[in-house]
Structure formats: structure tokens, C-alpha cells
Design a protein around this ligand. Sequence first.
Ligand code: AMP
Ligand code: ZN
Ligand code: FE
Ligand code: FE
Length: 274
Amino acid sequence: MRIDLHTHSVVSDGTETPTQVITAAARAGLDVVALTDHDTVAGLSEAADRAAALDLEFVPGIEVSCRHRGVSIHLLSYWHDLGDPEVAAMLAKTRDARLDRAREIVQKVAQDYPVTWEQVVARSGGAVTIGRPHIADALVDHGVVPTRDAAFQQILAGNSRYYVPHYAPEVTAAVKTLRRAGGVTVFAHPGADARGRVVPTSVIESMARAGLVGLEIDHRDHSSEQRERLTRIGARLGMVRTGASDYHGTGKQNRLGENLTTPDAYAALKAARG
Ligand code: AMP
Ligand code: ZN
Ligand code: FE
Ligand code: FE
């Protein structure tokens, strides 16, 4: 069983439609795949339809932007009630904040580089959740940088003078809200320290107390040291260990199935459903 529980489509910042992501998942030999767009569930029904047609097991998911003391945290949730009003309000607030924040970043970048808000919106191709990757794509179009990666290494980096953060819910509150809606939450790439600050172990402990089920340990952004550290923490807190690709189509190097979740871990996630 090949199980990949973290992918993105054009509904957020991937480059393929939900249909294309699921088609690619089948082609990559996956048996189970989750779609986890940032702060939106708008792609899930299309993905579920395509998965049913291809006889692939589909897990409806999301990657929720959260924060703790200024540190950005990504929280995966699976199977939560998509109609839950509390979850919907939490996500709508973040998406609104992202829109204002993306405008602010573009305003700053536009002082030094040829980019306009209209181009970024056009480049986002109707994405429900706007983010830095869309600004990166507009910069690539203008030949300012060769790739998304290059944009993130310079102009759009978290420590760049153009960077602006956005509102996101406190992570323990988000874990509880998703739990109440029947969701199974997993801390996405908790030790990805190359992209910015990561939270200390004490925050993982608070999240566990709030109802966190798993840690996404097998992720390309984790060094072997981080994997060892997180394995120890996860074992102590009784967390389910997951692995996934974090596929973004051609937007990132990550390939479908490059990291996987074991059937036992997947069964443990399923058993934790509310
Ligand atoms: P934002 O959500 O607007 O803060 O932008 C962060 C998003 O950009 C995350 O979803 C990442 O997957 C994506 N991202 C981060 N670093 C890179 C990179 N080096 N190349 C491409 N995408 C990236
Ligand atoms: Zn992304
Ligand atoms: Fe993430
Ligand atoms: Fe992701």
C-alpha cells in the first residue's frame, strides 16, 4: 500500500487541478492519497470524484495555517466535517487576511521590481487561497527570478525586507476546533527549520494535549537529526508517525510518493476519527 497524505492543487498553490493531482497520484502508483490545500476545502469534491473514477482511496484533507508566538505552523487535518461553521469561519478569516497581506507584499516588491497586483491575481488562476507562490510566479513571468524556489530564496523569504506575515489562528485552538469537527490532526513538517523558525517541543506537547494525533516526520524538509528528534518526541507522546510528499505539481521539486505513511499508521489515523 502506497499512502501519500499531503498534496496541493491550483485551488491553493499547486500547479495542477484537483483532477490532475489525483490522476498523477494514480500514475505514481499510489493506493491512498489526500488533497490538503492551504486553508480551503474547495478542491475536495472534484478530487473525490476523480479518485472514485480511478478506484483510488481518497482522504479529504486540508493544511491549516496556524501560529504560535509569531512562529508559523502548518496543521494537516483529515476527515473533519466540511460543513462545520466554526472551522469554516476560522478558514475564511485566514483567507481574508492572506489577501490583504499578499497585496501588501506586492506593494513592497513593486517598489523595486516589475510586478502588479493584477498580474499576481491573474497568475493565481482563480486560487481560493492566495500566497507567496503566486507572487513568485508573477516574478518568474517577468524574468526577475528563474523559478519559484529562487523567489523564495531571495525576495519572498521569511527574513526578506518585503515579507509581511498574515493572521493565523493559535495552533492549540485550531487543533481543538478541528477535533470538535471530527478531524484527525497531524503537525505538518514540524522540524522544517530551513524555511524559518520552528516551535520548541513544549508546543508539540500542548498540541498533543489539545488532541493532536500525529507528526509528519517523513518529509523532505527534515534533516536526519530532525527526524531522530521528532521520532523520540512522537514515541513519548504516542503520536502517529506519517510521511508524505507535499506535492505542488511543478511548483516545487517534491514528487508524489517520495515519502509515504505506513498502512499501520494510516489505520491508526482512521481509528482516531471523531
Ligand atoms: P505563504 O503561505 O504565502 O506564506 O507561502 C508559503 C508557501 O510557499 C508554502 O505552502 C510552501 O509550500 C511554499 N514554498 C515555500 N518555500 C518554497 C520554495 N522554496 N519553493 C516553492 N514554494 C515554496
Ligand atoms: Zn504550499
Ligand atoms: Fe506546509
Ligand atoms: Fe503543504
